[in-house]
Design a protein around this ligand. Structure first.
Ligand SMILES: Cc1ncc(COP(=O)(O)O)c(C=O)c1O
Length: 398
């Protein structure tokens, strides 16, 4: 066992590099079985890409549609963007997108484009929106409007309507979430589209679909066709696709997207938020799609939801409150006792926690969690040792 903090100190004369790297891998492996609170799938084998491409730089600098520049994986990026856009039924003549560093960059690229298209737009987002949204509103120097969410995490459309009415003269950008971080709630984009259609100053509907974008698209429940009225979407790549490198995909209607300047020395147009972009991540996404296809991914989503339903059944069977949305891989439960949280890594927000049955999580892991929860929940509370009464009541304070 290496003392990581000491061994990794770069100010030392000698660093045992192998020992430090080995310890980091060992630590990650030791905690992996107990990690049931994170939304990263772990069932896919990415070694064919890591082994062959993981040893050099793949820099997809510039617009994915450009063919200039250095060796890169932009040809794979175009394939990934086209596959995701097709899955979402996005019109072929009105689509554009690229592979991002993750959901946050996707949200930024979409909101940036929408703000340039709708000058002075207010950005409406719900209380259950991811923390990146209010942060990006600040980054863009925009005016944000917080909309209520219900106790299961879905946007309150009456409140949205009221907030829109109060700002009739400004264009509106509404951020819907498809899979909120804590409960995996999905906002109703049809209702939001209808409210936006009545908004006199017009606006844009963006969907933050970091977690649930791909599973919902595979169900046909999330579409970006003309009827949907959705202008942009951001999806994470390391969540459902489980890539071992953070990444994502952003798609924007071509009529909204940001037109970039041609940059002479890169030989490409500057249309993306990041300049240098990770071509390895693109290859990993491409590989996951090429190997699994729609059917493989649909099956993964079905299995994950079945396991989530099983988890709710088992947790409630031991007398603990748990629930999930019908489409969800996320199970929401009352926060377990501390001794359970010490052994199983959940995501906890005060009185509520969640576990996520991402592809790769097994029944064995759920069963181990439920066993520990049942023991802790039914352990009789140990009576506190009685302190003998203080006859003079000198030490008692009220
Ligand atoms: C709803 C939602 N949006 C955005 C993000 C941010 O994604 P990333 O961490 O890939 O930037 C997350 C991450 O958990 C999320 O749950």
């Amino acid at each position: 066992m290496v003392d990581l903090a000491g061994a990794a100190d770069l100010g030392q004369e000698h660093i045992d590099v192998a020992a430090v790297l080995g310890q980091i891998v060992d630590d990650a492996q030791a905690s992996a079985a107990a990690e049931i609170g994170y939304p990263g799938a772990t069932d896919l084998d990415h070694r064919p890409v890591m082994d062959r491409l993981g040893h050099r730089l793949w820099n997809n600098i510039g617009d994915p549609g450009d063919v200039g520049g250095v060796a890169n994986t932009r040809v794979l990026e175009r394939a990934v963007v086209a596959w995701v856009a097709d899955l979402l039924a996005m019109p072929t003549n009105d689509r554009w997108g690229y592979v991002t560093t993750g959901g946050t960059e996707g949200n930024l690229a979409a909101l940036y484009a929408a703000r340039r298209r709708y000058r002075g737009a207010r950005v409406f987002f719900s209380q259950a929106a991811h923390y990146s949204i209010p942060k990006l509103v600040r980054v863009l120097g925009a005016h944000g409007v917080l909309v209520r969410a219900d106790e299961r995490g879905e946007m309150d459309y009456d409140d949205l309507a009221a907030q829109l009415r109060r700002r009739r003269r400004s264009p509106a950008i509404v951020v819907a979430t498809a899979g909120t971080t804590l409960t995996e709630a999905v906002d109703d984009t049809d209702r939001i589209r209808d409210l936006l259609a009545e908004h006199p100053a017009g606006g844009h509907l963006h969907v933050d679909a970091a977690l649930s974008g791909i599973p919902l698209a595979l169900d046909g429940r999330l579409r970006l066709d003309d009827a949907a009225g959705i202008g942009s979407i951001a999806i994470s790549g390391h969540k459902f696709f489980g890539t071992p490198v953070p990444c994502g995909v952003v798609l924007v209607r071509d009529n909204v997207r940001t037109r970039g300047k041609p940059i002479a020395y890169t030989g490409t147009s500057d249309t993306t938020i990041s300049g240098s972009r990770c071509g390895l991540a693109t290859a990993l996404l491409w590989h996951s799609i090429a190997v699994q296809g729609r059917e493989g991914h649909r099956w993964r989503a079905v299995r994950a939801r079945e396991l989530a339903a099983y988890a709710v059944e088992q947790i409630t069977a031991v007398g603990w409150r748990a629930w999930r949305h019908d489409h969800a891989m996320t199970v929401v439960l009352d926060t377990p006792p501390a001794e359970v949280l010490d052994q199983h890594t959940l995501a906890t927000d005060g009185a509520e926690s969640h576990l996520i049955c991402m592809p790769g999580i097994t029944r064995t892991q759920i069963d181990a969690f439920v066993t520990d929860l049942a023991i802790a929940a039914h352990r009789p509370t140990v009576p506190r040792p009685r302190t003998p009464a203080d006859p003079l009541r000198l030490t008692t304070t009220y």
